[in-house]
Design a protein around this ligand. Structure first.
Ligand code: ADP
Ligand code: MG
Length: 680
C-alpha cells in the first residue's frame, strides 16, 4: 500500500521535499506530526481582562468606535481601528494595507484574533485576523506546527486535513494496527484520536486522545524491543573463560588504579562475556569518567579467549586518540593493535586487512571505515562502539555482522537517570560509572548576563595571551540551520575582526563536510587556532587539554544535558578551566537551569534535574540513544503508561503471534529506523 505523501491532494514534488526535511515521508508520519501548540480561538476574552501582553494570540470581540488612517510619510499608511466592549478597548493596527480601511465603519461588530501588547498605555493588536459580525474567523483550537523554511502553517494544516480524509477512506494508512489496538483498547476510534490531536474540540478531548495514542505507541515500542530480545536469546554467543594472566598483566600495568565505577562496570561485562548469551551492554558515564580503559579491558578479555576485538569511534580524531592511548596501555603485552580510518593509505590498508584476516591483528580501532565490505576479521568476538548515539543502528549492526554473534559493548556520555534507563533501553543492560577519577578539577562555571560580555572577552584574551585556547559556542536558533549558520559566521567575523584580531580564529559548523570539520579541529588540537567558534556541532569526546574556556553564547537556548556536554570539552588538562554561560536571562526556569549548571558537575544529577524541570525525554537527547523518537508519548512524563505498556506487550507475546505482521506494523509506525533496530 502506497502511503507516501504524494497521494494527498496538493502535495507535489516541492512540498514533498519540504515535508521530508521535517522527517515526514508518509501519511502515517504526517498524522503523527503533532502540533507544537494550539491557538485558542475557543474562548472570547473580555477586552479589559485579556492577558496583556499576551504570550499567544487571543480572540476578542467588540464594536468599532473609530477608524483612523495616518500617513506619517509618503508611501506609508497606518490604519487604526479602535474597538471596545463593556470591559475595555483595544486598538487594531495595520501598516500599509490601505484597502482594509473600507472594511470597517463605526458601529459594526468585529472579532479580532492576535497578540495584545501595551502601547502608550493602551491595548494594541498588530495585524490581527478579523471578521465582521463579531464571530470568530475559525472556532476552536487551531494547530501550530513546527515549520521549515518554505513551508507555512496553512500548508501543514491543509495537508493534515487531507491526510485525515485519506485515512478515513483507507484506514490501513493509520499508524496503529489491529493487534495493538485490540490489546490497548482505547475510548475512541483511532482516526478520531488523530483528529483530536490536530484539531481538538477541547483540551480535555485532546488530553484523552494523547494518552490513548501514547499508550499504543509505547506498547508497539516495547513489543519491538521484547521481540528483538527474544531473537537474541536464541543466538549462541561466545562463552569466555575466567580472567587469565593477560588481563591481570594489563591491569597491573595501568598507570592508575581503577575507580569503583570502572571496576563495577567491568565486573558486569565480565559476567556477560562468560555467559553464552551475547552481551548487549551500555556503559554510560560522564565525559572523562574513564570509559576507554573499561573498553580496553573487555577487549583484552576477548583477546585472551582467542578472538579479535574492534572499537569503532565516530570521528577520525577520536579513533587516532584511542589508538595512541591503546599503544601505551598495551605496551609490552603480546597484543597487536591497529587503526583503520578513511585516511589510511591504500598500501597500508592492504597489508592491514591481510593481517586482520590472518588473525595477526588482535584489536582494530577505527571509524566508519571498519564497516566497509572488504574488512574481514579472522574471528571477531567483541564489538565496542564509542559514543554510540553518533552511529546509526545500521552501522552498528554492520560491524557486529562481521563476527558470529559477537559480544557488543556500547559507550555513551549522554547519561539518563537510572529510573529511566531500564525502560528506555528495554533491550540493553546498563552499567553506569558515576564517579570521576581522583584529582579532577571542576570546571568553574558562571552564568552571566549580556552586560558582562566585554569582561568575558577580556578574560579570554588574557588566558590566550598565556597560550591557552578557547571555544565559543553560538546561539542556537530553532528551526533553521541556515539562520544558525549565519549567526555563527557573523559572530566569527566580528570576533576575529575586533576583540580577537590578534589571535588565530577558526569556525566549525554543521554544513561543513567531515573532512573540513576534521581539518579545523586538527588545527585547534595542534594549537594553530586559539579561538574556535562553533555551532553546537563540536565533536563529542575530542580531547584538547589546552582548551580552558568554553563560552556558550545564548546559553538560555540549550538544555541542561547539552550544556553539560559542551562543558565537558574543557577541563581535560592540568590548568583550571572555565565554562561561561552567557544569556539574555529569561524565564524562571531558565535561571534555575543556569544556576544548576553553576552548582552541579555530575551529569547524572543534572539529567535528574532536567527530568524534574522539563519532564520531556527529547531534552536529554533521548532520540539520540537510538530508539525511535516518540510522537504521542513522552518517555519521562508517561513513565507509568510505559510500565503498563511493557507488561501488556510481554503478555501479548506469550500467546501465539505472527512476527511478520508485527514487524510490518512497527515499520509503518516508526519507519525504517525501527526496522533497523529490530534487524540489528
Ligand atoms: P571518557 O569516559 O570520556 O571516554 P576517557 O576514557 O577518555 O574518558 O578517560 C579520560 C582520562 O582519564 C584519560 O586520560 C584516562 O587515562 C584517565 N583515567 C581513566 N581512568 C582513570 C583512573 N581510574 N584514574 C586516573 N585517571 C584515569
Ligand atoms: Mg570517550
Amino acid at each position: 500500500m502506497d502511503g507516501t505523501l504524494r497521494r494527498l491532494k496538493g502535495i507535489g514534488a516541492r512540498k514533498e521535499a519540504l515535508f521530508a526535511r521535517l522527517g515526514i515521508q508518509t501519511i502515517s508520519d504526517l498524522l503523527q506530526y503533532f502540533p507544537r501548540e494550539y491557538e485558542d480561538r475557543s474562548r472570547i476574552w473580555p477586552i479589559g481582562s485579556a492577558p496583556t501582553p499576551s504570550p499567544t494570540p487571543v480572540l476578542v470581540c467588540g464594536t468599532v468606535r473609530s477608524v483612523q488612517e495616518l500617513r506619517p510619510r509618503r508611501g506609508m499608511t497606518i490604519l487604526k481601528v479602535l474597538i471596545a466592549d463593556d470591559s475595555g478597548a483595544v486598538e487594531l493596527t495595520w501598516f500599509n494595507q490601505p484597502f482594509k480601511k473600507k472594511v470597517f465603519h463605526v458601529g459594526m461588530d468585529v472579532a479580532a484574533f492576535g497578540k495584545i501588547e501595551w502601547a502608550y498605555g493602551r491595548r494594541q493588536m498588530n495585524s490581527p485576523e478579523t471578521e465582521q459580525g463579531g464571530l470568530s474567523p475559525e472556532q476552536g483550537f487551531v494547530p501550530v506546527y513546527g515549520l521549515t523554511d518554505g513551508l507555512r502553517q496553512n500548508d501543514v494544516r491543509k495537508a493534515v486535513r487531507e491526510a485525515l480524509a485519506e485515512a478515513e477512506r483507507c484506514p490501513s494508512l493509520l499508524p496503529g494496527w489491529d493487534g495493538g489496538r485490540s490489546v490497548c483498547g482505547g475510548f475512541m476510534p483511532e482516526l478520531q484520536a488523530y483528529e483530536a490531536m490536530h484539531f481538538p474540540p477541547s483540551m480535555e478531548v485532546r488530553r484523552k486522545a494523547r494518552e490513548q495514542l501514547a499508550f499504543e505507541e509505547l506498547f508497539d515500542m516495547q513489543l519491538g524491543l521484547l521481540l528483538r530480545r527474544r531473537q537474541e536469546g536464541k543466538q549462541m554467543g561466545i562463552k569466555c573463560g575466567p580472567n587469565g594472566s593477560l588481563l591481570k598483566q594489563f591491569i597491573s600495568q595501568l598507570p592508575f588504579s581503577l575507580t569503583r565505577g570502572q571496576t563495577q562496570a567491568f565486573l558486569d561485562i565480565q559476567a556477560d562475556m562468560e555467559s553464552e548469551v551475547p552481551m548487549q551492554r551500555l556503559v554510560q558515564g560522564d565525559v572523562g569518567s574513564g570509559k576507554t580503559v573499561v573498553a580496553a579491558m573487555a577487549l583484552t578479555k576477548i583477546v585472551e579467549n582467542g578472538y579479535q576485538g574492534a572499537l569503532m569511534a565516530p570521528t577520525e580524531i577520536l579513533a587516532i586518540q584511542h589508538y595512541e592511548e591503546f599503544l601505551k596501555l598495551f605496551r609490552g603485552l603480546p597484543v597487536r593493535v591497529a587503526v583503520l580510518t578513511g585516511r589510511t593509505t591504500a598500501k597500508e590498508r592492504d597489508a592491514l586487512l591481510e593481517d586482520l584476516r590472518r588473525g595477526n591483528i588482535q584489536i582494530l580501532i577505527g571509524t566508519h571505515a571498519l564497516i566497509q565490505k572488504d574488512v574481514a576479521f579472522c574471528d571477531l568476538g567483541l564489538v565496542v562502539t564509542d559514543e554510540q548515539h553518533r552511529f546509526g543502528v545500521r552501522q552498528r549492526a554492520a560491524l557486529q555482522g562481521k563476527g558470529r554473534a559477537p559480544h557488543a559493548l556500547f559507550m555513551t556520555a549522554t547519561p539518563i537517570p537510572r529510573t529511566l534507563a531500564l525502560s528506555v533501553y528495554g533491550d540493553l543492560d546498563v552499567s553506569s560509572i558515576r564517579e570521576m577519577p581522583p584529582g579532577r578539577k571542576v570546571v568553574k562555571t558562571y552564568a552571566v548576563g549580556e552586560a558582562m560580555r566585554r569582561r568575558v572577552y577580556a578574560f579570554m584574551e588574557k588566558l590566550m595571551a598565556q597560550g591557552q585556547q578557547c571555544y565559543v559556542v553560538c546561539p542556537l536558533v530553532e528551526e533553521s540551520e541556515t539562520v544558525d549558520l549565519q549567526a555563527a559566521t557573523a559572530l566569527y567575523e566580528e570576533l576575529r575582526a575586533t576583540v580577537f584580531k590578534n589571535r588565530p580564529c577558526g569556525l566549525v559548523h554543521g554544513r561543513m563536510t567531515g573532512k573540513e570539520k576534521a581539518a579545523v579541529m586538527e588545527d585547534f588540537q595542534d594549537g594553530r587556532i586559539s579561538l574556535l567558534v562553533a555551532t553546537s556541532v563540536i565533536e563529542v569526546g575530542v580531547n584538547v587539554p589546552n582548551a580552558t574556556v568554553m563560552l556558550i553564547d545564548g546559553a538560555e537556548r540549550f538544555g541542561l544535558a547539552q550544556l553539560h556536554q559542551l562543558r565537558g570539552r574543557v577541563g581535560r588538562g592540568s590548568q583550571q578551566a572555565y565554562c561561561i554561560l552567557l544569556s539574555k536571562g529569561g524565564s524562571e526556569e531558565t535561571r534555575q537551569r543556569l544556576q544548576w549548571m553553576e552548582k552541579i558537575h555530575d551529569g547524572f544529577e543534572l539529567a535528574e534535574k532536567d527530568l524534574l524541570l522539563r519532564g520531556a525525554g527529547r531534552l536529554f537527547g533521548y532520540a539520540q540513544h537510538g530508539l525511535p523518537d516518540l510522537k504521542a508519548a513522552d518517555i519521562v512524563r508517561d513513565i507509568s503508561l510505559l510500565t503498563a505498556a511493557r507488561d501488556k506487550a510481554a503478555d501479548y507475546l506469550k500467546g501465539p503471534v505472527d512476527e511478520e505482521t508485527i514487524y510490518a506494523a512497527l515499520e509503518r509506525r516508526f519507519g525504517t529506523r525501527f526496522q533497523g533496530l529490530l534487524n540489528n
